[in-house]
Design a protein around this ligand. Structure first.
Ligand code: ZN
Length: 206
């Protein structure tokens, strides 16, 4: 309805190919530049859904529990990742900190929420409202997916250089490690695979 469903455009060189159904284990590649066009997915999306739910839970635990302990004037106080970044960049860096937090926390959270919204109706062969726009949003968010993990790395580095702060080996740190593993698995699911799913399952069934 929104797109031409019968063609595939190569992401590497913009060559246009007619869409052909793939069998189990098959991959379509561009004959000009070798870029992967499509891969048979089967019910991969059904395996991704529980990972997304687990990812959201880990995201909550990672950000709600304290992860850093900071000593100020002989008094120890604990803070979350957000609080720690804010505290460590407070001197004249407030705006940068806000920007870093927006891109590192909001983007992965948005990705997980959009995936959840798209995947739940698809398990019942349905396309949710706003399907096309949300898949496009996912495609533009894709490069940002692992940034939060880099943020944690930076935080640990800062803490190691500062004598007043230390990382707490608690639930938040464990959740971050789990989130890293989950994100790696979740982000191996390419958003463009949604197009294949959508066209394989006609709207008339809904
Ligand atoms: Zn190509």
């Amino acid at each position: 309805m929104h797109l031409v469903p019968h063609v595939v455009i190569c992401e590497g060189c913009d060559a246009v190919y007619p869409k052909t159904p793939l069998a189990s284990g098959e991959t379509a590649r561009c004959t000009r530049c070798g870029t992967e066009l499509e891969r048979y997915m089967g019910d991969t999306h059904k395996r991704i859904l529980p990972l997304v739910v687990a990812g959201l839970l880990m995201f909550a635990v990672a950000n709600l529990f304290p992860i850093v302990s900071i000593a100020i004037g002989g008094k120890h106080s604990t803070t979350t990742l957000v609080g720690a970044v804010m505290a460590l960049t407070e001197e004249g860096m407030g705006e940068v900190a806000m920007l870093v937090l927006a891109t590192t926390l909001l983007f992965p959270l948005l990705q997980l929420l959009i995936l959840l919204y798209l995947l739940i109706p698809l398990t019942r062969q349905r396309r949710p409202p706003g399907f096309t726009q949300l898949v496009k949003a996912l495609q533009s968010l894709q490069p940002w997916g692992m940034v939060e993990v880099f943020l944690l790395g930076i935080l640990v580095a800062i803490v190691k250089l500062t004598s007043s702060a230390e990382v707490i080996a608690g639930p938040a740190l464990g959740a971050f490690v789990a989130l890293t593993v989950l994100l790696t698995a979740i982000l191996s699911f390419q958003p463009r695979n949604f197009w294949q799913l959508a066209f394989a399952e006609p709207e008339s069934r809904a």
